[in-house]
Design a protein around this ligand. Structure first.
Ligand SMILES: Nc1nc2c(c(=O)[nH]1)N[C@H]1C(S)=C(S)[C@@H](COP(=O)(O)O)O[C@H]1N2
Ligand SMILES: [Mo]
Length: 427
């Protein structure tokens, strides 16, 4: 079968329609993969924006872009402190749905590959806009999904800051996606009407026929013989997606399932005895010196009055014990029993009003996450602690000895370890 020449002669190779020979490619496959991808993207996007809200980027040290930068923050509500596992849930879903989407996304890109090589490259203004939006869709999707995966791997092979790049990248991707949906929903509906939603999955290899080639579809003009049925392909992609979802869920759910989290470098517990739970950054990695955390350590609490408290002073105050999770942006979480002084008691001690926000600063001198700001609602919640002990023993150095912040439903990154000072101010 020789290709019918159209719109001038394309150069040899992928620009020719007969280069793309998979008999499985076509509108039905693209429709099915797109339909499988969409709910995962919706979950991932909603939980991603929820995470943005949870970061309280309008508060002091939590800013994700420089004040005066290209700030574009979406706020619908103040992040609550209840239920305490809220961020563990939303961020677990974010990472699980994002990871599970990747095999489907790659298959979708494979199914659309001939579109990258359309000839002539630009046919009309509408065609040019269509292709430009596709470039943003493909580039945007690869960007957000792979920066996300790299972040979970703690691998930053780039020169930009992850959070703003991932956040703004999501806008580009989602805007291009909305446009794509507007254009493609009719195609999907037509394809499902003509071929059925799952009917093509019933065909075994011997009955696997290519979709009819139309001018501007990805169905092959000169199909090769199938080497795999559609259900074989869909089952392979589905198994890849499900397998990754289970692995990601392993670190989100924790317990014995954490052992499954082979792709999560911080999923494995480090520590011993009651301190045996996930460590984000060890005291050694944060370059915390032993002499900073010995008996000479003092907590500085600033408000209308400034006070200094030793660990013994803090332990002499009324202690609260709360079972609260640490829920990291990377998707893992771990719930432990923390004991310490409610932050609002410290605020009261410094004479701060009940509406005060708090900035906790670490002894840590280098690297990220040295300080975080907590909202008035978080400070006021009686379960928000400056924790001194965990699971009945002193905090280990890796978990923030002499003292760390722990706030219900907050992203893990705001639970500052090795606290040096807390400032209470009225926002
Ligand atoms: N000073 C300081 N505090 C910190 C961090 C840090 O790097 N430095 N990491 C934060 C992050 S990202 C998380 S998820 C939690 C992890 O606490 P853990 O190591 O006790 O599990 O601590 C937070 N507190
Ligand atoms: Mo984290």
């Amino acid at each position: 079968m020789s290709p019918r020449p159209h719109f001038g002669d394309p150069p040899p190779g992928p620009f020719r329609r007969d280069f793309w020979r998979s008999p499985l490619r076509g509108p039905w496959l693209a429709s099915l993969l797109g339909s499988a991808l969409l709910p995962l993207i919706v979950i991932c996007a909603l939980t991603g924006f929820a995470s943005h809200v949870a970061y309280y980027p309008e508060l002091g040290d939590n800013a994700i872009v420089d004040p005066g930068g290209i700030g574009f923050d979406l706020y619908f509500f103040d992040w609550p402190t209840s239920p305490s596992w809220l961020y563990a849930l939303t961020q677990g879903l974010h990472v699980i749905s994002g990871v599970a989407a990747i095999p489907i996304l790659l298959a979708k890109l494979w199914s659309a590959m001939p579109k990258l090589f359309e000839w002539p490259p630009v046919r009309s203004l509408a065609h040019m806009l269509d292709r430009a939006s596709l470039a943003l869709l493909v580039g945007g999707s690869l960007f957000v999904f792979f920066t996300g995966i790299f972040n979970v791997q703690n691998w930053y092979p780039w020169g930009f800051s992850f959070v703003p790049a991932h956040y703004y990248g999501a806008f580009v991707f989602l805007a291009a996606l909305v446009l794509h949906l507007v254009i493609k929903v009719p195609v999907v509906l037509r394809s499902f009407r003509e071929r059925g939603v799952i009917a093509p999955l019933r065909d075994d290899l011997a009955h696997t026929e290519p979709e009819p080639p139309a001018e501007d579809t990805t169905a092959p003009h000169s199909p090769a013989a199938p080497t795999m049925s559609r259900r074989g392909l869909v089952a392979t992609i589905g198994a890849g997606s499900l397998g990754l979802a289970v692995i990601a869920a392993g670190q989100s759910i924790g317990g014995p399932l954490r052992r499954l989290a082979i792709l999560a470098p911080r999923g494995g517990a480090t520590g011993s005895g009651p301190n045996d739970f996930a460590v984000n950054k060890t005291a050694a990695a944060a370059q915390i010196r032993d002499r900073w955390v010995d008996a000479s350590w003092r907590l500085t609490v600033r408000g209308p009055t400034t006070i200094e408290l030793s660990r013994a002073d803090l332990l002499a105050m009324t202690q609260s014990t709360e079972s609260l999770p640490i829920a990291c942006v990377e998707g893992w979480s771990t719930t432990q029993s923390w004991t310490g002084v409610p932050l609002r008691d410290l605020a009261a001690l410094a004479g701060a009003e009940s509406e005060a926000v708090a900035t906790a600063e670490s002894l840590q001198r280098f690297g990220s996450f040295r300080a975080a700001t907590l909202s008035a609602g978080q400070v006021a919640d009686p379960r928000s602690l400056l924790a001194l002990r965990v699971n009945g023993v002193d905090l280990s150095p890796d978990h923030g000895f002499p003292a760390r912040v722990i706030v219900p439903a907050a992203p893990g990154v705001h639970n500052t370890k090795w606290v040096a000072s807390i400032d209470f101010t009225v926002a």
